[in-house]
Design a protein. Structure first.
Lengths: 258, 248
Protein backbone atom coordinates (compact mmCIF):
# COMPACT_ATOMS: atom_id res chain seq x y z
CA UNK A 1 0.00 0.00 0.00
CA UNK A 2 2.78 2.39 0.96
CA UNK A 3 4.57 1.59 -2.30
CA UNK A 4 1.41 2.26 -4.31
CA UNK A 5 0.91 5.56 -2.52
CA UNK A 6 4.56 6.48 -3.11
CA UNK A 7 4.32 5.67 -6.82
CA UNK A 8 1.08 7.65 -7.06
CA UNK A 9 2.65 10.66 -5.34
CA UNK A 10 5.70 10.48 -7.62
CA UNK A 11 3.47 10.20 -10.68
CA UNK A 12 1.37 13.15 -9.59
CA UNK A 13 4.49 15.24 -8.94
CA UNK A 14 5.97 14.28 -12.31
CA UNK A 15 2.73 15.21 -14.06
CA UNK A 16 2.70 18.59 -12.31
CA UNK A 17 6.30 19.26 -13.39
CA UNK A 18 5.61 18.23 -16.99
CA UNK A 19 2.43 20.34 -17.06
CA UNK A 20 4.26 23.37 -15.65
CA UNK A 21 7.04 22.96 -18.21
CA UNK A 22 4.45 22.76 -20.98
CA UNK A 23 2.65 25.86 -19.67
CA UNK A 24 5.95 27.75 -19.44
CA UNK A 25 6.87 26.78 -22.98
CA UNK A 26 3.49 27.88 -24.37
CA UNK A 27 3.79 31.12 -22.38
CA UNK A 28 7.18 31.84 -24.00
CA UNK A 29 5.95 30.96 -27.50
CA UNK A 30 2.97 33.23 -27.00
CA UNK A 31 5.22 36.12 -25.90
CA UNK A 32 7.69 35.57 -28.77
CA UNK A 33 4.87 35.35 -31.32
CA UNK A 34 3.71 38.85 -30.42
CA UNK A 35 7.14 40.25 -31.38
CA UNK A 36 6.12 39.77 -35.00
CA UNK A 37 2.47 40.81 -34.79
CA UNK A 38 1.78 44.56 -35.13
CA UNK A 39 0.99 46.99 -33.58
CA UNK A 40 4.39 47.08 -31.86
CA UNK A 41 4.55 48.59 -28.41
CA UNK A 42 7.57 50.88 -28.82
CA UNK A 43 6.88 53.04 -25.78
CA UNK A 44 6.52 50.00 -23.53
CA UNK A 45 9.73 48.57 -24.99
CA UNK A 46 11.68 51.77 -24.26
CA UNK A 47 10.29 51.82 -20.71
CA UNK A 48 11.48 48.24 -20.15
CA UNK A 49 14.91 48.93 -21.69
CA UNK A 50 15.25 51.81 -19.24
CA UNK A 51 14.15 49.68 -16.30
CA UNK A 52 16.10 46.51 -17.05
CA UNK A 53 19.10 48.13 -18.73
CA UNK A 54 19.79 51.73 -17.77
CA UNK A 55 18.88 51.28 -14.14
CA UNK A 56 21.09 48.19 -13.83
CA UNK A 57 24.20 49.99 -15.09
CA UNK A 58 25.47 51.23 -11.73
CA UNK A 59 25.41 47.80 -10.12
CA UNK A 60 26.88 46.21 -13.28
CA UNK A 61 29.78 48.69 -13.23
CA UNK A 62 30.38 48.03 -9.53
CA UNK A 63 30.18 44.26 -9.86
CA UNK A 64 32.21 44.18 -13.09
CA UNK A 65 35.10 46.25 -11.74
CA UNK A 66 35.48 44.19 -8.57
CA UNK A 67 35.10 40.88 -10.42
CA UNK A 68 37.97 41.89 -12.75
CA UNK A 69 40.07 43.00 -9.79
CA UNK A 70 39.51 39.72 -7.90
CA UNK A 71 40.32 37.58 -10.95
CA UNK A 72 43.49 39.59 -11.60
CA UNK A 73 44.61 39.25 -8.00
CA UNK A 74 43.96 35.51 -7.76
CA UNK A 75 45.36 34.76 -11.23
CA UNK A 76 48.52 36.72 -10.53
CA UNK A 77 49.42 34.74 -7.39
CA UNK A 78 48.51 31.42 -9.00
CA UNK A 79 50.35 32.08 -12.27
CA UNK A 80 53.42 33.43 -10.47
CA UNK A 81 53.98 29.95 -9.02
CA UNK A 82 54.62 28.66 -12.55
CA UNK A 83 56.33 31.84 -13.72
CA UNK A 84 53.52 32.87 -16.04
CA UNK A 85 52.25 36.06 -14.40
CA UNK A 86 52.35 37.73 -17.81
CA UNK A 87 49.21 35.74 -18.63
CA UNK A 88 47.08 37.63 -16.11
CA UNK A 89 45.56 39.73 -18.90
CA UNK A 90 44.25 36.74 -20.92
CA UNK A 91 43.10 35.03 -17.70
CA UNK A 92 41.02 38.05 -16.75
CA UNK A 93 39.69 38.60 -20.26
CA UNK A 94 38.84 34.96 -21.02
CA UNK A 95 37.22 34.36 -17.63
CA UNK A 96 35.09 37.45 -18.03
CA UNK A 97 34.21 37.24 -21.71
CA UNK A 98 33.44 33.52 -21.90
CA UNK A 99 32.05 32.83 -18.46
CA UNK A 100 31.82 35.29 -15.62
CA UNK A 101 30.62 38.33 -17.56
CA UNK A 102 27.49 36.70 -18.98
CA UNK A 103 26.72 34.64 -15.86
CA UNK A 104 27.33 37.28 -13.19
CA UNK A 105 25.65 40.08 -15.12
CA UNK A 106 22.60 37.80 -15.66
CA UNK A 107 22.50 36.92 -11.95
CA UNK A 108 22.84 40.60 -11.06
CA UNK A 109 19.99 41.64 -13.34
CA UNK A 110 17.89 38.75 -11.99
CA UNK A 111 18.31 40.09 -8.48
CA UNK A 112 17.74 43.71 -9.40
CA UNK A 113 15.20 43.74 -12.22
CA UNK A 114 13.86 40.18 -12.50
CA UNK A 115 12.55 40.07 -8.96
CA UNK A 116 10.99 43.53 -9.30
CA UNK A 117 9.28 42.61 -12.57
CA UNK A 118 8.00 39.37 -11.12
CA UNK A 119 6.53 41.24 -8.14
CA UNK A 120 5.09 43.96 -10.39
CA UNK A 121 3.29 41.46 -12.61
CA UNK A 122 2.18 39.48 -9.55
CA UNK A 123 0.68 42.58 -7.96
CA UNK A 124 -1.06 43.40 -11.24
CA UNK A 125 -2.54 39.90 -11.14
CA UNK A 126 -3.83 40.06 -7.56
CA UNK A 127 -5.21 43.59 -7.98
CA UNK A 128 -7.12 42.44 -11.09
CA UNK A 129 -5.19 44.77 -13.44
CA UNK A 130 -4.43 41.81 -15.71
CA UNK A 131 -8.13 40.87 -15.66
CA UNK A 132 -8.93 44.49 -16.51
CA UNK A 133 -6.71 44.24 -19.60
CA UNK A 134 -8.34 40.96 -20.61
CA UNK A 135 -11.83 42.36 -20.08
CA UNK A 136 -10.93 45.23 -22.45
CA UNK A 137 -10.33 42.55 -25.09
CA UNK A 138 -6.59 43.24 -24.96
CA UNK A 139 -3.97 40.54 -24.71
CA UNK A 140 -2.03 40.96 -21.43
CA UNK A 141 0.94 38.96 -22.75
CA UNK A 142 1.37 41.41 -25.61
CA UNK A 143 1.31 44.39 -23.22
CA UNK A 144 3.15 43.05 -20.23
CA UNK A 145 5.43 40.22 -21.29
CA UNK A 146 6.57 40.68 -24.90
CA UNK A 147 8.14 44.16 -24.37
CA UNK A 148 10.06 42.83 -21.35
CA UNK A 149 11.46 39.83 -23.26
CA UNK A 150 12.43 41.97 -26.27
CA UNK A 151 14.06 44.49 -23.91
CA UNK A 152 16.03 41.63 -22.31
CA UNK A 153 17.20 40.41 -25.73
CA UNK A 154 18.52 43.90 -26.47
CA UNK A 155 19.83 44.81 -23.05
CA UNK A 156 21.50 41.66 -21.71
CA UNK A 157 24.29 41.49 -24.33
CA UNK A 158 24.94 45.22 -23.84
CA UNK A 159 25.13 44.88 -20.06
CA UNK A 160 27.41 41.88 -20.43
CA UNK A 161 29.69 43.84 -22.75
CA UNK A 162 29.81 46.64 -20.21
CA UNK A 163 30.54 44.13 -17.45
CA UNK A 164 33.41 42.63 -19.49
CA UNK A 165 34.98 45.99 -20.37
CA UNK A 166 34.74 47.33 -16.83
CA UNK A 167 36.06 44.01 -15.47
CA UNK A 168 39.06 44.09 -17.80
CA UNK A 169 39.71 47.65 -16.69
CA UNK A 170 39.45 46.57 -13.02
CA UNK A 171 41.93 43.77 -13.77
CA UNK A 172 44.21 46.34 -15.40
CA UNK A 173 44.16 48.54 -12.28
CA UNK A 174 45.17 45.66 -10.02
CA UNK A 175 47.68 44.05 -12.42
CA UNK A 176 49.39 47.19 -13.67
CA UNK A 177 48.98 49.75 -10.89
CA UNK A 178 49.18 47.39 -7.92
CA UNK A 179 51.11 44.28 -8.95
CA UNK A 180 53.57 45.88 -11.36
CA UNK A 181 52.81 44.12 -14.67
CA UNK A 182 53.34 46.46 -17.60
CA UNK A 183 50.30 47.72 -19.48
CA UNK A 184 51.81 46.40 -22.71
CA UNK A 185 52.09 42.86 -21.31
CA UNK A 186 48.57 42.96 -19.90
CA UNK A 187 46.93 43.98 -23.17
CA UNK A 188 49.21 42.36 -25.77
CA UNK A 189 48.87 38.89 -24.22
CA UNK A 190 45.13 39.44 -24.07
CA UNK A 191 45.01 40.28 -27.77
CA UNK A 192 46.93 37.10 -28.56
CA UNK A 193 44.71 34.72 -26.56
CA UNK A 194 41.21 36.14 -26.96
CA UNK A 195 39.60 35.69 -30.35
CA UNK A 196 36.27 36.71 -31.83
CA UNK A 197 34.66 33.35 -31.10
CA UNK A 198 35.12 33.91 -27.36
CA UNK A 199 33.30 37.23 -27.63
CA UNK A 200 30.52 35.67 -29.74
CA UNK A 201 30.01 32.82 -27.27
CA UNK A 202 29.75 35.30 -24.41
CA UNK A 203 27.18 37.36 -26.27
CA UNK A 204 25.12 34.30 -27.24
CA UNK A 205 25.14 33.24 -23.63
CA UNK A 206 23.99 36.63 -22.37
CA UNK A 207 21.24 36.79 -24.98
CA UNK A 208 19.89 33.39 -23.98
CA UNK A 209 20.21 34.28 -20.27
CA UNK A 210 18.13 37.39 -20.95
CA UNK A 211 15.32 35.30 -22.38
CA UNK A 212 15.57 32.75 -19.56
CA UNK A 213 15.50 35.36 -16.78
CA UNK A 214 12.61 37.40 -18.14
CA UNK A 215 10.66 34.32 -19.22
CA UNK A 216 10.93 32.75 -15.75
CA UNK A 217 10.30 35.93 -13.79
CA UNK A 218 7.35 36.99 -15.95
CA UNK A 219 5.80 33.50 -15.87
CA UNK A 220 6.06 33.28 -12.08
CA UNK A 221 4.54 36.75 -11.67
CA UNK A 222 1.79 36.14 -14.23
CA UNK A 223 0.62 32.96 -12.50
CA UNK A 224 1.18 34.11 -8.94
CA UNK A 225 -0.83 32.76 -6.01
CA UNK A 226 -3.27 34.74 -3.88
CA UNK A 227 -2.41 37.77 -1.77
CA UNK A 228 0.87 39.22 -0.61
CA UNK A 229 2.15 35.76 0.33
CA UNK A 230 1.51 34.50 -3.20
CA UNK A 231 3.47 37.40 -4.72
CA UNK A 232 6.31 36.95 -2.25
CA UNK A 233 6.50 33.23 -3.03
CA UNK A 234 6.34 33.86 -6.78
CA UNK A 235 9.16 36.42 -6.56
CA UNK A 236 11.38 34.11 -4.54
CA UNK A 237 10.70 31.20 -6.90
CA UNK A 238 11.40 33.42 -9.91
CA UNK A 239 14.82 34.45 -8.61
CA UNK A 240 15.82 30.96 -7.49
CA UNK A 241 14.59 29.29 -10.68
CA UNK A 242 16.23 31.91 -12.93
CA UNK A 243 19.55 31.57 -11.10
CA UNK A 244 19.52 27.77 -11.31
CA UNK A 245 18.51 27.83 -15.00
CA UNK A 246 21.30 30.31 -15.78
CA UNK A 247 23.94 27.98 -14.34
CA UNK A 248 22.46 24.85 -15.99
CA UNK A 249 22.12 26.57 -19.37
CA UNK A 250 25.63 27.99 -19.00
CA UNK A 251 27.00 24.47 -18.69
CA UNK A 252 25.10 23.20 -21.75
CA UNK A 253 25.89 26.13 -24.00
CA UNK A 254 29.51 26.11 -22.77
CA UNK A 255 29.97 22.43 -23.60
CA UNK A 256 28.33 22.99 -26.98
CA UNK A 257 30.82 25.69 -28.01
CA UNK A 258 33.98 24.21 -26.56
CA UNK B 1 -29.78 40.52 -23.80
CA UNK B 2 -28.01 38.09 -21.44
CA UNK B 3 -29.31 34.60 -20.85
CA UNK B 4 -27.61 32.26 -18.40
CA UNK B 5 -28.66 28.62 -18.63
CA UNK B 6 -27.67 25.81 -16.25
CA UNK B 7 -24.32 27.35 -15.36
CA UNK B 8 -22.04 25.16 -13.25
CA UNK B 9 -18.55 25.82 -11.95
CA UNK B 10 -16.29 24.02 -9.49
CA UNK B 11 -12.78 24.74 -8.19
CA UNK B 12 -10.71 21.84 -6.83
CA UNK B 13 -13.78 19.65 -6.24
CA UNK B 14 -15.59 22.51 -4.50
CA UNK B 15 -18.79 23.33 -6.37
CA UNK B 16 -19.50 27.06 -6.47
CA UNK B 17 -22.30 27.29 -9.03
CA UNK B 18 -24.74 24.38 -9.33
CA UNK B 19 -26.93 25.40 -12.25
CA UNK B 20 -27.56 29.10 -12.40
CA UNK B 21 -30.43 30.22 -14.63
CA UNK B 22 -30.92 33.95 -15.13
CA UNK B 23 -32.25 36.31 -17.79
CA UNK B 24 -31.10 39.91 -17.91
CA UNK B 25 -33.13 42.24 -20.11
CA UNK B 26 -31.81 44.98 -22.34
CA UNK B 27 -30.96 48.22 -20.47
CA UNK B 28 -31.92 46.67 -17.15
CA UNK B 29 -29.91 47.31 -13.97
CA UNK B 30 -29.74 44.05 -12.05
CA UNK B 31 -28.10 43.37 -8.69
CA UNK B 32 -26.86 39.95 -7.68
CA UNK B 33 -26.83 39.56 -3.93
CA UNK B 34 -25.87 36.61 -1.76
CA UNK B 35 -23.52 35.27 0.87
CA UNK B 36 -19.82 36.16 0.83
CA UNK B 37 -17.92 33.46 -1.03
CA UNK B 38 -21.17 32.28 -2.60
CA UNK B 39 -19.95 32.57 -6.20
CA UNK B 40 -21.21 36.04 -7.20
CA UNK B 41 -17.82 37.27 -8.45
CA UNK B 42 -17.27 33.90 -10.15
CA UNK B 43 -20.54 34.45 -12.01
CA UNK B 44 -19.36 37.89 -13.12
CA UNK B 45 -16.01 36.50 -14.33
CA UNK B 46 -17.83 33.78 -16.24
CA UNK B 47 -20.01 36.42 -17.91
CA UNK B 48 -17.02 38.10 -19.50
CA UNK B 49 -15.17 34.87 -20.26
CA UNK B 50 -12.32 35.37 -17.77
CA UNK B 51 -12.98 31.79 -16.67
CA UNK B 52 -14.81 28.98 -18.44
CA UNK B 53 -17.81 27.17 -16.94
CA UNK B 54 -17.85 23.40 -16.39
CA UNK B 55 -21.34 23.25 -17.83
CA UNK B 56 -24.03 25.59 -19.09
CA UNK B 57 -24.44 28.50 -21.47
CA UNK B 58 -23.96 32.26 -21.21
CA UNK B 59 -25.75 33.76 -24.16
CA UNK B 60 -24.86 37.40 -24.85
CA UNK B 61 -26.61 38.89 -27.88
CA UNK B 62 -27.10 35.42 -29.34
CA UNK B 63 -23.54 34.16 -28.78
CA UNK B 64 -22.45 31.67 -26.13
CA UNK B 65 -19.51 33.30 -24.32
CA UNK B 66 -18.48 29.91 -22.92
CA UNK B 67 -17.88 28.57 -26.42
CA UNK B 68 -16.07 31.59 -27.86
CA UNK B 69 -12.30 31.73 -28.41
CA UNK B 70 -9.80 34.23 -29.83
CA UNK B 71 -11.13 37.05 -31.96
CA UNK B 72 -14.79 36.12 -31.43
CA UNK B 73 -14.32 36.36 -27.66
CA UNK B 74 -12.59 39.73 -28.08
CA UNK B 75 -15.50 40.98 -30.16
CA UNK B 76 -17.99 40.05 -27.45
CA UNK B 77 -15.76 41.57 -24.76
CA UNK B 78 -15.84 44.86 -26.66
CA UNK B 79 -19.49 45.09 -25.64
CA UNK B 80 -18.54 45.02 -21.94
CA UNK B 81 -17.20 47.52 -19.48
CA UNK B 82 -16.11 46.22 -16.09
CA UNK B 83 -15.72 48.03 -12.79
CA UNK B 84 -13.59 45.73 -10.64
CA UNK B 85 -13.82 45.54 -6.86
CA UNK B 86 -10.64 47.50 -6.14
CA UNK B 87 -10.92 49.58 -9.31
CA UNK B 88 -8.07 47.66 -11.01
CA UNK B 89 -6.58 50.94 -12.25
CA UNK B 90 -3.15 50.59 -13.83
CA UNK B 91 -0.66 51.76 -11.17
CA UNK B 92 1.93 52.96 -13.65
CA UNK B 93 -0.52 55.23 -15.49
CA UNK B 94 -2.10 58.55 -14.55
CA UNK B 95 -5.87 58.95 -14.29
CA UNK B 96 -5.94 60.40 -17.82
CA UNK B 97 -3.86 57.53 -19.21
CA UNK B 98 -6.05 54.97 -17.45
CA UNK B 99 -9.25 56.35 -18.95
CA UNK B 100 -7.82 57.02 -22.39
CA UNK B 101 -6.11 53.60 -22.54
CA UNK B 102 -9.05 51.58 -23.98
CA UNK B 103 -9.73 54.36 -26.50
CA UNK B 104 -6.10 54.49 -27.65
CA UNK B 105 -5.86 50.74 -27.92
CA UNK B 106 -9.29 49.87 -29.29
CA UNK B 107 -10.39 52.81 -31.43
CA UNK B 108 -9.01 54.97 -34.23
CA UNK B 109 -9.97 58.25 -32.54
CA UNK B 110 -7.45 61.08 -32.82
CA UNK B 111 -5.88 62.74 -29.77
CA UNK B 112 -8.36 65.63 -29.68
CA UNK B 113 -11.34 63.27 -29.78
CA UNK B 114 -9.80 61.09 -27.06
CA UNK B 115 -9.22 64.20 -24.90
CA UNK B 116 -12.83 65.16 -25.37
CA UNK B 117 -14.14 61.68 -24.44
CA UNK B 118 -11.90 61.47 -21.35
CA UNK B 119 -12.99 64.94 -20.24
CA UNK B 120 -16.65 64.01 -20.65
CA UNK B 121 -16.23 60.70 -18.81
CA UNK B 122 -14.51 62.47 -15.90
CA UNK B 123 -17.26 65.10 -15.86
CA UNK B 124 -19.92 62.37 -15.76
CA UNK B 125 -18.36 60.81 -12.68
CA UNK B 126 -17.87 64.18 -11.02
CA UNK B 127 -14.10 64.28 -11.21
CA UNK B 128 -12.18 67.01 -12.94
CA UNK B 129 -8.66 68.28 -12.45
CA UNK B 130 -7.14 64.98 -11.34
CA UNK B 131 -6.04 63.83 -14.79
CA UNK B 132 -2.34 63.94 -13.96
CA UNK B 133 -2.60 62.10 -10.64
CA UNK B 134 -1.62 58.45 -10.22
CA UNK B 135 -4.01 55.92 -8.62
CA UNK B 136 -1.85 55.87 -5.49
CA UNK B 137 -2.46 59.59 -5.04
CA UNK B 138 -6.28 59.49 -4.97
CA UNK B 139 -8.82 58.19 -2.43
CA UNK B 140 -10.72 54.89 -2.60
CA UNK B 141 -13.94 56.63 -3.65
CA UNK B 142 -12.14 58.52 -6.40
CA UNK B 143 -10.58 55.27 -7.64
CA UNK B 144 -14.05 53.73 -8.01
CA UNK B 145 -15.20 56.79 -9.95
CA UNK B 146 -12.18 56.68 -12.23
CA UNK B 147 -12.79 52.95 -12.75
CA UNK B 148 -16.38 53.76 -13.69
CA UNK B 149 -15.18 56.48 -16.07
CA UNK B 150 -12.78 53.98 -17.69
CA UNK B 151 -15.55 51.42 -18.03
CA UNK B 152 -17.93 53.96 -19.60
CA UNK B 153 -15.52 55.80 -21.89
CA UNK B 154 -15.92 53.24 -24.69
CA UNK B 155 -19.73 53.44 -24.28
CA UNK B 156 -20.24 49.69 -23.78
CA UNK B 157 -23.63 48.01 -24.06
CA UNK B 158 -23.13 46.06 -20.83
CA UNK B 159 -21.40 47.22 -17.65
CA UNK B 160 -20.46 44.79 -14.89
CA UNK B 161 -19.89 46.12 -11.37
CA UNK B 162 -18.08 43.87 -8.90
CA UNK B 163 -18.95 45.26 -5.46
CA UNK B 164 -18.38 48.87 -6.53
CA UNK B 165 -18.89 50.28 -3.03
CA UNK B 166 -16.79 47.90 -0.92
CA UNK B 167 -14.76 49.70 1.71
CA UNK B 168 -16.42 53.09 1.27
CA UNK B 169 -18.08 55.25 3.92
CA UNK B 170 -21.92 55.66 3.75
CA UNK B 171 -21.80 59.08 2.09
CA UNK B 172 -19.39 58.02 -0.65
CA UNK B 173 -21.38 54.77 -0.98
CA UNK B 174 -24.55 56.75 -1.70
CA UNK B 175 -22.72 59.01 -4.12
CA UNK B 176 -21.38 55.99 -6.05
CA UNK B 177 -24.87 54.46 -6.17
CA UNK B 178 -26.30 57.76 -7.43
CA UNK B 179 -23.53 57.91 -10.01
CA UNK B 180 -24.37 54.40 -11.23
CA UNK B 181 -28.07 55.33 -11.53
CA UNK B 182 -27.27 58.60 -13.32
CA UNK B 183 -24.80 57.07 -15.76
CA UNK B 184 -27.15 54.14 -16.37
CA UNK B 185 -29.86 56.63 -17.29
CA UNK B 186 -27.51 58.67 -19.46
CA UNK B 187 -25.64 55.89 -21.27
CA UNK B 188 -28.50 53.35 -21.31
CA UNK B 189 -26.31 50.32 -20.66
CA UNK B 190 -27.38 46.96 -19.30
CA UNK B 191 -25.89 46.75 -15.82
CA UNK B 192 -25.09 43.76 -13.63
CA UNK B 193 -23.96 44.64 -10.15
CA UNK B 194 -22.64 42.43 -7.37
CA UNK B 195 -23.58 44.05 -4.09
CA UNK B 196 -23.75 43.58 -0.34
CA UNK B 197 -25.33 46.96 0.27
CA UNK B 198 -28.63 46.07 1.85
CA UNK B 199 -30.98 47.93 2.08
CA UNK B 200 -29.39 50.71 -0.07
CA UNK B 201 -29.36 48.54 -3.19
CA UNK B 202 -33.19 48.39 -3.20
CA UNK B 203 -33.29 52.05 -4.27
CA UNK B 204 -30.68 51.64 -6.99
CA UNK B 205 -31.52 48.70 -9.25
CA UNK B 206 -34.49 47.56 -11.34
CA UNK B 207 -34.28 43.93 -10.31
CA UNK B 208 -32.47 41.72 -7.80
CA UNK B 209 -31.32 38.10 -8.05
CA UNK B 210 -30.44 36.26 -4.86
CA UNK B 211 -27.71 33.65 -5.27
CA UNK B 212 -27.75 30.95 -2.62
CA UNK B 213 -25.94 27.62 -2.56
CA UNK B 214 -24.94 27.94 -6.20
CA UNK B 215 -28.38 28.67 -7.67
CA UNK B 216 -30.60 31.72 -8.05
CA UNK B 217 -32.90 31.23 -5.08
CA UNK B 218 -35.19 34.19 -5.78
CA UNK B 219 -35.36 36.97 -8.32
CA UNK B 220 -37.65 39.94 -8.64
CA UNK B 221 -38.07 43.66 -8.23
CA UNK B 222 -36.67 45.27 -5.07
CA UNK B 223 -40.21 45.42 -3.63
CA UNK B 224 -40.76 41.73 -4.33
CA UNK B 225 -37.46 40.86 -2.63
CA UNK B 226 -38.23 43.11 0.34
CA UNK B 227 -41.58 41.41 0.87
CA UNK B 228 -40.39 37.90 0.02
CA UNK B 229 -41.55 35.18 2.41
CA UNK B 230 -38.57 32.94 1.57
CA UNK B 231 -36.84 32.36 4.95
CA UNK B 232 -33.37 32.52 3.37
CA UNK B 233 -34.07 35.88 1.75
CA UNK B 234 -35.71 37.16 4.94
CA UNK B 235 -32.68 36.22 7.02
CA UNK B 236 -30.29 37.71 4.47
CA UNK B 237 -31.97 41.10 4.20
CA UNK B 238 -32.54 41.43 7.93
CA UNK B 239 -29.05 40.18 8.74
CA UNK B 240 -30.35 37.82 11.42
CA UNK B 241 -28.05 35.23 12.94
CA UNK B 242 -30.78 32.60 13.30
CA UNK B 243 -32.25 30.97 10.22
CA UNK B 244 -31.40 28.65 7.35
CA UNK B 245 -28.13 30.50 6.55
CA UNK B 246 -25.53 29.12 8.91
CA UNK B 247 -22.58 31.27 9.88
CA UNK B 248 -19.39 29.51 10.88
Amino acid sequence: MIIVRLIRAMGSRTLTIVRTMGDMFIFLLHALLHIFIPPFKHRLLLREIRFIGTRSMTVIILMGSFTGMVIALQSFYTLRKVGSEALVGPAVALSLIRELGPVLSALTVTGRAGSALSAEIGIMRITEQIDALTSMALNPIRYLITPKIVAAIIVFPLLTSLYDVIGIFGGYLVSVKLLGITAGTYFSQMKQFVDMQDVTIGLYKSLSFGVIVLWTCCYKGFYTGYGAEGVSKATTEAVVMSSVLIIIWDYFIGSLFL
Amino acid sequence: MIKIVGLEKSFNNQTVLRGVNLNISDKELLAIIGESGGGKSVLLRLLIGLIKPDKGKIIVEGEDVAELRGRALHTIRDKFGVVFQGGALFDSMTVYENISFPLKEKTKLNDAEIDQRVERALEDVGLKGIETKYPAEISGGMKKRVALARALVTEPKIVLFDEPTTGLDPIILHSIHKLIVDTHRKYGFTGVMISHDIPEIFDVVDRIAFLYKGVIEVEGTPDEIKTSSDPVVRQFITGGLKGPIQTS
